[in-house]
Design a protein around this ligand. Structure first.
Ligand code: CO8
Length: 261
C-alpha cells in the first residue's frame, strides 16, 4: 500500500529508504493523517528486506512547520486526553530499529523540531529554522521537545528557547550538538544524508541495530547502568556471525561480506 496523500516514499540508493513529507500548501504541517501515513511508511521500511537505513526529509522550504494549528485550535482537554492526542507521534522512537537520518531544510518548528529530535541523526542546512514556538500560541511543546531539546542543548539554552519561542539556525543547531552536521545548500544536505544512509546500509544489520539501541539507552539510563547495558550487548555480538566475518575480513585485508546473522 503506497497510496499516500501527504508523503512520498522511495528507495533512492541501495539499502536506503526515503520518506519525503509532502504537504507543501501547509509547509508540511503535521496533521494526524500525515502522521498516520508516516508511521505506516516507516513500519514498511522496518520490515522491508531491502531497506537498511532511512532518510526522513521535507522540502527545501520546510521540513515541517509544526503540528497542524488548525486541527488543534478547537481541541478540548477531554478529547485530547481520551484520544491520547500526539501519543502515536513517537511510535517511530520505539518501533523503528533501523537508523533514521532527518535531513532538515527550512522550517522545523514546534512538532517539526520535535519530529527531527526523535530521529537518530539530524543533518541540516546552515540556514534551517529550528524552534519551539508553542509559547506564542499559548501552549507548550507536546511531542517531547522539552525533554529531547533539553538533553541535546542543556537546560539553560532549552529553557531560553522554549520560554521565548525564538528560533535557532541550522548553524547554531550544529554548534550546539543538536545536528550532527550542517551544509551550505539543500543539494549538499540531501547528497550527504543519502551518502551517510548508504554508508550505514553497507554495515552488518545486526551491528547497526545494536549500535542504535545502545546509544539511545544513554538517553534513558544512568551512566553506570548504561555502560553495563552496552557491555551486555557487546558481549552478545560475539554470538553473531557478522562479528566473525568482520574481524576475519580485517585480518585478511578484504571487504567484509555481511551475513546479517
Ligand atoms: N499548522 C497549520 N498550518 C500551517 C502551519 C501549522 N503549524 N504552519 C504553516 N501553515 C500554513 C499557513 O496557515 C499557510 O496556509 P494558508 O496559505 O492557507 O494561509 C501556509 O501554511 C503557508 O504559511 P505562511 O503563509 O505563514 O508562510 P510564511 O513563509 O509566511 O511563514 C512560518 C512561515 C514562519 C513557518 C509560519 O507559517 C508559521 O509561523 N507557522 C507556524 C509555526 C508554529 O507555530 N509551529 C508550531 C505549531 S504548535 C506545535 O507544533 C505543537 C506541537 C505539540 C505536539 C505535537 C502536536 C501534534
Amino acid at each position: 500500500g503506497s497510496n499516500y496523500e501527504y508523503i512520498q516514499v522511495s528507495e533512492p540508493r541501495p539499502g536506503v529508504g526515503q520518506v519525503t513529507l509532502n504537504r507543501p500548501k501547509a509547509l508540511n504541517a503535521l496533521c494526524t493523517p500525515l502522521i498516520n501515513e508516516l508511521n505506516r511508511a516507516l513500519a514498511e521500511f522496518q520490515s522491508s528486506p531491502t531497506v537498511r537505513a532511512i532518510v526522513l526529509t521535507g522540502s527545501e522550504k520546510a521540513f515541517a512547520a509544526g503540528a497542524d494549528i488548525k486541527e488543534m485550535a478547537p481541541l478540548t482537554f477531554s478529547k485530547a486526553y481520551t484520544s491520547s492526542f500526539i501519543e502515536s507521534w513517537s511510535t517511530l522512537t520505539t518501533s523503528v530499529k533501523k537508523p533514521i537520518i532527518a535531513a532538515v531544510s527550512g522550517h522545523a518548528l514546534g512538532g517539526g523540531c520535535e519530529l527531527a529530535l526523535m530521529t537518530d541523526i539530524i543533518y541540516c542546512t546552515a540556514s534551517a529554522n529550528f524552534g519551539q514556538p508553542e509559547i506564542k500560541l499559548g501552549t507548550i511543546p507536546g511531542a517531547g521537545g522539552s525533554q529531547r531539546l533539553t538533553r541535546a542543548v542543556g537546560k539553560a539554552k532549552a529553557m531560553e528557547l522554549i520560554l521565548t519561542g525564538r528560533s535557532f539556525s541550522g548553524d547554531e543547531a550544529e554548534r550546539w550538538g543538536v545536528a550532527a552536521r550542517s551544509f551550505p545548500t539543500y543539494e549538499a544536505l540531501m547528497e550527504a544524508a543519502l551518502k551517510t544512509a548508504e554508508t550505514i546500509a553497507g554495515y552488518s544489520k545486526v551491528a547497526v541495530m545494536a549500535a542504535k539501541e545502545v546509544v539511545n539507552k544513554s538517553q534513558d539510563l544512568p551512566l553506570r547502568d548504561g555502560v553495563e547495558y552496552e557491555r551486555r550487548v557487546f558481549h552478545s555480538l560475539f554470538g553473531s556471525r557478522d562479528q566473525k566475518i568482520g574481524m576475519k575480513a580485517f585480518a585478511e585485508k578484504k571487504k567484509a561480506e555481511w551475513s546479517d546473522e
